[in-house]
Design a protein around this ligand. Structure first.
Ligand SMILES: CC(C)(COP(=O)(O)OP(=O)(O)OC[C@H]1O[C@@H](n2cnc3c(N)ncnc32)[C@H](O)[C@@H]1OP(=O)(O)O)[C@@H](O)C(=O)NCCC(=O)NCCS
Length: 182
C-alpha cells in the first residue's frame, strides 16, 4: 500500500471541536478512550492526546503521560553509571492507534517519530531519558522495529512493558541541530 506523503500529515493536540465520530481502530478500548475519556483526562492534566490528521481526516492518535522506570529493569548499557536513585525519568506513550482503513501506510511509524521529536524537545527543558509503553502482544514487533526493548522480567505479561533509550537518539539529534546552526 502507498505510504502517506509525510509532508501532508500534521499533528494537533486534541480539542473539543475535533469530530472524532468516524475514527475507528481495531481495538475497542483505544476507540473508547479517544471518544469518551481523552478530553476529560486532558482537562484533569493526566494525559495529553495528539491527533495525526490528513486534511480533516483523523488517521491516528497518541496520548502521552509522564512516567518513571525502575533502574533495575533497564539493561546495563542503557543506564547511567552510578545513578543514585531507584527510578529514571521517562515519558510514556499511554495510547497509540491508527485508523483501521489506513493501517500499513506508515502512520504508526510517523506517530512514533513524532513522539521521539516531542521527547527530544522536552529533554531540552526537563530530564526524560526513556520513552516507555505497555505493548499489546501482537504489536511487540512494531515497537521492536523502532528500537524499543521489552523489559525481560515482565515479558510474559499480557501487555509487556517496553522502553526506548533516548540518550543516543538525543545525542545524535543535538549534533545534527548544532551542525545546522553552525
Ligand atoms: C500497531 C499499529 C499502531 C501500527 O500502525 P501502522 O500505521 O499500521 O504501522 P506502519 O505502517 O507505520 O508500520 C511501520 C512498520 O512496522 C511494521 N508493523 C506494523 N504493525 C506491526 C505489527 N503488529 N507487528 C510487527 N510489525 C508491524 C510494518 O510492517 C512496518 O514495517 P517496515 O518499516 O519494515 O515496512 C496499528 O496497526 C494499530 O493501530 N493497531 C491497533 C491498535 C494497536 O494495537 N495499537 C498499539 C497499542 S500497544
Amino acid at each position: 500500500m502507498k505510504p502517506f506523503p509525510l509532508d501532508e500529515l500534521r499533528v494537533e493536540y486534541l480539542r473539543e471541536t475535533h469530530d472524532l465520530s468516524s475514527f475507528h481502530c481495531r481495538n475497542d478500548d483505544l476507540n473508547d478512550f479517544l471518544k469518551s475519556d481523552a478530553i476529560e483526562s486532558q482537562e484533569d492534566l493526566i494525559s495529553r492526546t495528539y491527533l495525526c490528521l490528513w486534511h480533516d481526516t483523523i488517521l491516528g492518535y497518541l496520548a502521552l503521560v509522564t512516567d518513571t522506570i525502575e533502574v533495575k529493569l533497564i539493561e546495563k548499557d542503557d543506564g547511567v553509571a552510578d545513578y543514585p536513585y531507584p527510578r529514571y525519568p521517562s515519558i510514556k506513550i499511554a495510547r497509540l492507534a491508527v485508523e483501521e482503513k489506513f493501517e500499513g501506510r506508515g502512520i504508526g511509524r510517523f506517530l512514533l517519530f513524532w513522539a521521539t521529536g516531542k521527547v527530544y524537545q522536552l529533554s531540552n527543558e526537563i530530564g526524560c531519558r526513556y520513552i516507555t509503553l505497555d505493548s499489546k502482544q501482537e504489536s511487540l514487533g512494531f515497537y521492536e522495529n523502532f528500537g524499543f526493548k521489552v523489559i525481560e522480567r515482565y515479558a510474559g505479561r499480557n501487555f509487556p512493558p517496553m522502553y526506548l533509550n533516548m540518550y543516543p537518539i538525543v545525542s545524535q539529534m543535538r549534533q545534527e541541530d548544532s551542525g545546522r546552526d553552525a
